[in-house]
Design a protein around this ligand. Structure first.
Ligand code: MSP
Length: 510
């Protein structure tokens, strides 16, 4: 069976879950659900990143041990995801024993390959970003005078300490070759170019241990040093796959991340894997950032949207839909309640909801809810069927490129087609004129279109689609068990099948 391994980043425990975390996790969930429906054996991983100076400091500020902080925050994530129908197969914590073993083994392999040496580290460090900057980088960014972080603008501190280094520079050419030979390795295209330019500019060896704090995994044989949090964190993708044991799921098919952590995933991570003699992930895709009502989301502004608070007002599926529909995946976007309402009312209430409601209402009004076999198809019927079949292919292709917005737009096009089809065929006139065969054909085409639309929407809105399918199939439908191969063919609804009475699935938002 074909495998599909997809990951989200593991989220820091010094922060609370917010819209950005939800975004990546929902996107990965849609791909995981779609891959399962396509018959693949899916492994979908998410989790939390617990080590590092930031966490140590956040815990100290609250007067608790780092592990206490981690234990509390991890529950916030764990309890949140099911409320958004997130179907992850594993949830990793970097404080778990399996992860410590994997990271320790990773270090040993890098060391055995001659990729690690001890030296002195003299640089500028941004604590909140956990990023090191050279003096040159600060000058280039115009941040030298104020000694501020080129990314976040906060103060950087100078450090000189003994440190282990990873020979990143040794892998520059191999990495360039790999990126050039595998155009699909980094997406979207603009990010790929960005990484190419960065690597072409020259890679500097990477400091991969710290002695100034202790909340981390110790360097094997030199416990004064803790392993740099990114070496620790990136290895999670291997840990969950079984490293250093058998890894049936590795290499991952896709690491979904935000654009801010692209360098770690598309430069450091592949070089580490090359050094350790392990295969590289197939693809890394970096999505854009959300602002909220036009403003940057941040802790200090206090405007970070909390997913659990959003649930007090909106259904999870509606949020899932909006996040993936509103912004082309890969670009930045703005979250606004007005835009959410507009999308919902236009595309879900007016288009999908209306088509479902009017189709099932007419089926009940004219045929007591029972479908009859379609008679001879006319041109317009064939066009609808062709459009539905085209949708199935196009959604598949769009999701293979992580183009969620295109997939949803394509499904919506079929829904609009369905509503046009109602107008063009005017079933009320067919009923009045007693054109029974024609009326049966039109009603059949409508319900079958709706069934296949619901099937395509199921990875995006599992709860809403279960409700749609419950009415169409007149039975409870387990969306997790849906199969595109088994249920995706046109014409599977049998003559004589009775649909349930319609009940609004997408009532208008006022
Ligand atoms: N712990 C690291 C990841 C290690 S992966 C081996 C980390 N964690 S994080 O919690 O800070 O952020 C995780 C993700 O949230 C990133 O992919 C980041 O891009 C995303 N987002 C944070 N703010 C965001 C927005 N405002 N909009 C969209 N995504 C954002 O980084």
């Amino acid at each position: 069976m074909e495998r599909y391994y997809v990951t989200t980043p593991i989220y820091y425990v010094n922060d609370e879950p917010h819209l950005g975390h939800l975004y990546t996790t929902v996107a990965a969930d849609v791909l995981a659900r779609h891959a399962r429906m396509s018959g693949k054996e899916v492994f979908f991983l998410t989790g939390v990143d617990e080590h590092g100076q930031k966490v140590e400091q956040a815990a100290a500020a609250r007067g608790i041990a780092p592990i206490e902080l981690a234990d509390a925050v991890v529950e916030r994530y764990r309890s949140l995801w099911p409320r958004f129908s997130i179907s992850n197969d594993d949830f990793i914590r970097t404080t778990e024993g399996r992860h410590k073993r994997a990271v320790t083994e990773m270090w040993k392999r890098l060391d055995a390959a001659g990729a690690i040496y001890k030296g002195f580290y003299e640089d500028w460090y941004c604590v909140p970003c956990e990023t090191y900057w050279t003096g040159t980088q600060l000058k280039e960014a115009g941040a030298w005078e104020g000694k501020t972080c080129p990314d976040c603008g906060r103060a950087v501190e100078q450090v000189r300490e003994e440190s282990y280094f990873f020979r990143l520079s040794d892998y520059q050419d191999r990495l360039l070759d790999h990126i050039r030979a595998h155009p699909e390795f980094i997406g979207p295209e603009s990010r790929r170019n960005e990484v190419l330019r960065f690597v072409e500019g020259g890679l500097r060896d990477l400091s991969i241990s710290r002695t100034t704090f202790s909340w981390g995994i110790p360097v094997p044989g030199d416990p004064e040093h803790v392993i740099y949090v990114w070496i620790d964190a990136l290895t999670n993708y291997l840990t969950a796959a079984g490293f250093p044991g058998e890894m049936p799921h590795w290499p991952a098919n896709l690491h979904l991340i935000g654009k801010d952590i692209l360098r770690f995933h598309a430069v450091y991570w592949p070089c580490m894997l090359m050094a350790a003699g392990l295969p590289l992930p197939e693809r890394v895709f970096a999505h854009g950032w959300w602002t909220v009502e036009g403003e940057k989301m941040s802790k200090s502004r206090g405007n970070a949207l909390k997913p659990d608070e959003l649930l007090e007002q909106y259904e999870a599926d509606v949020l899932r839909y909006f996040l993936l529909r509103e912004v082309p995946f890969g670009q930045d976007g703005d979250f606004s309640f007005a835009a959410l309402k507009a999308r919902y009312n236009t595309e879900l209430a007016n288009d999908v909801g209306n088509l479902l409601n009017r189709s099932l209402s007419m089926l009940h009004k004219y045929r007591d809810g029972v479908l009859a076999a379609p008679a001879d198809e006319e041109e317009g019927d064939r066009a609808l069927v062709a459009d539905v079949e085209g949708m199935q292919r196009d959604v598949e292709a769009a999701l293979a490129r992580q183009a969620f917005h295109e997939a949803l737009e394509r499904i919506n096009a079929v829904v609009r087609h369905g509503n046009r089809y109602v107008e063009e065929n005017a079933p009320w006139t067919l009923a009045r004129e007693g054109r029974d065969a024609r009326l049966d054909t039109v009603l059949y085409h409508l319900v079958e279109t709706l069934r296949l639309v619901a099937l395509q929407l199921a990875p995006f809105m599992p709860v809403k689609c279960a409700a749609m399918l419950a009415q169409i199939m007149n039975a409870e439908v387990d969306v997790a068990a849906l199969s595109l191969r088994e249920h995706g063919g046109w014409g599977l609804l049998a003559a004589g099948h009775a649909c349930a009475r319609p009940a609004p699935v997408f009532p208008r938002m006022e």
